[in-house]
Design a protein around this ligand. Structure first.
Ligand code: HEM
Length: 452
């Protein structure tokens, strides 16, 4: 069957005018009009768009060898971040990396990283105590980016020298911002020296310099600091016996840094927004945190007990999936939902729309943590929800991220209630990840019973 396609050249012009400016609105319009499988032209490339969870499951799981990351979007991320676990196309190179890195993310290893997480959270809470005492308002996105970056930097490569961390955080912030600007209009290559691109290159150079410094420190003293980098340096591919070269080490660190901080920061930001918009949900989180922790600081073992808080996070990741638009390329002819997919087809799959698919979700624009009770989850088709992806490329950092986010929420809620400074609705801003289209500011109201 031929694919449903928005008709004619007029539509192509409309795509080129609207997609770069408002991709989410454009895709919503396409799926509302044409349904689960559509095809449209983006510049010179014809794209097939999927939003049904079963079709996406076919691409990510059942036919993962046919659909690789040899796609436009992944080419762009390889140019920006190098060839690491989260960017290489697939095949033997990816398998070898995954084999080497998987042990670093086993439960035991993540457990040893929680000490690093908690140390960073304590430092930030001390800073927020000062802000809260002065009645200051905080910009959640900015604070969460600073927090998750520091957590990743400490847990993944033991970076904790205050001055270096601050310089690093400022440079990463600029890199994130400039990449965000570029993704909106990626037609001008980064090599063209616009003011923004110059800022990007200057900040990237600082990031690389600090990463090289950290790698050199690790290589020189050969001490296991309990961080990811120590482990990566020691690791050997069990099949080939090869270790990672210095360049591969650097690429992996870059990728982890990029994949591991903005995603968690955005999920936390959306969670604060939703807790601010729904005081009754916030109240339940406060009650759960107080009941489970009884005033002591949270630890890893508490994470599995904070079931309601976890469902709030799950619902935040349903509504605001960070890999909101995934991509692959078909390497062989295939068929999806009765439609022919010739080899070479560029596939977009929208987690954003799959997580709102009417077959699986009632009133999907409503924020309802109750969708994630054990009973509700058991009733639902497992493929309907995939905030961490699925199949062989399933997020390697998912346990790390969930632990980190639960510890941040529990530690914060023990000390403060949060109040939004505005009840105006906030919309997503779709770039590489899914942030907010304007600052979400909150007042931290001390609960008068600081813990820990
Ligand atoms: C809330 C936080 C996070 C979310 C929502 C998230 C989401 C995802 C998704 C959807 C994928 C699959 C992409 C695809 O199929 O193309 C992925 C892959 C990946 N993520 Fe995460 N991620 C998060 C946190 C992290 C953290 C903390 C790390 C590392 C410390 C990390 C490292 C990676 C890596 C390396 C991959 C590639 C895995 C592979 O291809 O084998 N992520 N992530």
């Amino acid at each position: 069957m031929p694919l449903p396609t928005p008709p004619g050249p007029a539509n192509f012009v409309r795509t080129m005018l609207t997609y770069p400016k408002a991709p989410l609105a454009y895709l919503t319009n396409v799926v509302d009009t044409y349904g689960d499988v559509t095809s449209f032209r983006l510049a010179t490339t014809r794209v097939t768009l999927l939003r049904h969870p079963h079709h996406i499951r076919r691409v990510l799981q059942q036919k993962s060898a046919v659909y690789t990351r040899d796609s436009m979007a992944y080419r762009m991320t390889r140019n920006l971040f190098g060839r690491g676990l989260a960017t290489v196309e697939g095949g033997a190179e990816w398998r070898s990396m995954r084999r080497m890195m998987q042990p670093s993310f086993h439960y035991q290893r993540v457990a040893s990283m929680t000490e690093h997480m908690l140390a960073v959270i304590r430092e930030r809470l001390a800073h927020w105590d000062e802000l809260a005492a002065g009645g200051a308002v905080i910009d959640t996105a900015q604070e969460m980016r600073g927090l998750t970056l520091r957590i990743v930097a400490r847990a993944l490569f033991a970076l904790e020298e205050g001055e270096v961390v601050d310089r690093f955080a400022a440079a990463i912030d600029t890199v994130d911002h400039e990449i965000g600007e570029w993704v909106r209009f990626p037609l001008v290559p980064m090599s063209v020296p616009t003011a923004g691109h110059r800022r990007y290159h200057a900040s990237s150079a600082i990031v690389e310099e600090i990463i090289d410094y950290v790698i050199m420190q690790h290589l020189t003293d050969q001490v296991d600091r309990g961080d990811l980098l120590s482990m990566l340096i020691m690791t050997k591919d069990e099949e080939t016996g090869a270790g990672l070269t210095d360049e591969q080490l650097r690429d992996q660190v870059m990728i982890m840094l990029w994949a591991g901080h903005e995603t968690s920061a955005n999920v936390l930001t959306w969670t604060w927004y939703r807790l601010g918009m729904h005081p009754e949900i916030q109240q339940r989180v406060l009650r759960e945190v107080d009941g489970e922790l009884e005033g002591r600081p949270p630890a890893l073992a508490d994470c599995s007990k904070l079931t309601y808080t976890r469902s709030v996070l799950d619902e935040a990741m349903r509504m605001y999936p960070q890999a909101w638009l995934g991509s692959r390329r078909a390497m062989e002819d295939d068929e999806i939902g009765g439609f022919r997919v010739p080899a070479g087809t560029e596939i977009f799959f929208s987690s954003y729309h799959a997580h709102r698919h009417p077959e699986f979700w009632d009133e999907p624009e409503e924020f309802r943590p109750g969708r994630f009770t054990a009973e509700e989850v058991a009733k639902r088709d497992r493929s309907a929800y995939f905030p961490f992806g699925s199949g062989p490329h399933l997020c390697i950092g998912n346990q790390f991220a969930l632990t980190e986010m639960l510890l941040v929420i529990a530690s914060t809620m023990q000390r403060y209630r949060i109040e939004l400074t505005s009840q105006e609705p906030v919309e997503p801003r779709p770039l590489l990840t899914l942030g907010a289209d304007r600052p979400i500011r909150v007042r931290l109201v001390p609960r008068g019973r600081p813990a820990g």
